[in-house]
Design a binder for this molecule. Structure first.
Ligand code: MLT
Length: 323
């Protein structure tokens, strides 16, 4: 009997790897849990192009927005683990969300297979172009004086733009009103139109608007300036040294996706990040390319656990939850 079970197990295992050997045999859906045109969508489309060439199958982006990215992320956590549904998650969906959503329907550290880090995304404090403060120091004074008369845009509770704004508000002791959007792509349209006052957003979403002068950037919250926006001072230079925060975007598959399949996806991402044109597009938008040792599945798995552990106390200290 034992031999029979062993043979059956071997058959199943070989079927799994056979499945992976042919993988992918049809288009792959890449869920972006925010509206089109925002930073996560832009990064997903930039890496999906070379990945689909390597894999020989189309990668179809599906924008599933809502609840700060947790709607789309829950969709992927419960999708068939066959390699045909993956997602672009980030510091919000796979870092801050558990602290903001006590009844979150997924666990970033248990319900996904890590595929790989796509790009780091420094955070900038940006404002509508005619907001009175001329620099960060004036913004700090102005924001404190305005109290809840100012409003900030974000992509929903638990998003990067929400979490990083929480941090800023906490440090400044301000409580501006909040205007949630289905992504910082649509939020940016209203910032350019002057409908909202400010936002803390990922660099890839602000570079072109800052260069065009249609919004203004007070500071970048990383230790060094970005080569993509060399004239924007760091928060340290501009007077808010404690506001240090950066985000990231990475690919994930549902838990249980065969290791050969996730290895193929990880290899395709690795090759995409080695492609000169892909690197150029991400760097031009201020993206930070992962080092080689940060491109492995194991590294990303460990990093997600660190991010959840890092953000939980920060958010609890800010006294914020979504529910
Ligand atoms: C987006 O793509 O809209 C952003 O990643 C949302 C966010 O701020 O997290």
């Amino acid at each position: 009997m034992k031999a029979l079970f062993a043979a059956a197990a071997a058959l199943v295992l070989s079927a799994g790897s056979t499945l992976a050997q042919g993988y992918p045999t049809k288009p792959i859906t890449l869920v972006v849990p925010f509206a089109a045109g925002g930073p996560t969508d832009v990064i997903a489309r930039i890496v999906a192009e070379p990945m689909s060439r390597t894999l020989g199958q189309q990668i179809v982006i599906e924008n599933v927005a809502g609840a700060g990215g947790t709607t789309g992320t829950t969709r992927v956590a419960t999708a068939a683990p066959d390699g045909y549904t993956i997602m672009m998650g980030h510091m919000g969906t796979h870092g801050a969300a558990p602290a903001l959503y006590p009844k979150l329907k997924y666990d970033p550290t248990k319900d996904f297979e890590a595929i790989g880090m796509a790009a780091g995304t420094p955070i900038l404090l940006v404002a509508k172009k005619d907001l009175p403060p001329k620099d960060l120091k004036e913004f700090m004074t102005f924001a404190k004086a305005q109290g809840d008369k100012m409003n900030l845009a974000h992509a929903g509770v638990g998003s990067v733009s929400h979490t990083t704004a929480l941090l800023l508000n906490n440090q400044l002791g301000i409580k501006p009103s909040q205007v949630p959007y289905r992504g910082t792509g649509p939020a940016m349209n209203d910032l350019v139109a002057g409908q909202v006052d400010f936002m803390t957003d990922q660099i890839v979403n602000v570079v072109s608007q800052v260069k065009a002068g249609s919004i203004k950037a007070y500071a970048i919250a990383t230790p060094a300036r970005s080569p993509a926006l060399p004239d924007v001072p760091t928060t340290k230079e501009a007077g808010m040294p404690d506001y240090q925060v950066s985000a990231w975007n990475a690919l994930f598959a549902p838990k249980g996706t065969p290791t050969d399949v996730t290895a193929k996806l990880s290899d395709a991402l690795f090759k995409a990040l080695a492609d000169e044109n892909t690197r150029k597009r991400l760097l031009e938008l201020g993206g930070v390319l992962p080092e080689k040792d940060q491109q492995t599945q194991a590294w990303l798995k460990g990093f997600v656990a660190e991010e959840v552990a890092r953000w939980t106390p920060v958010i609890k200290a800010a006294g914020a939850t979504a529910e």
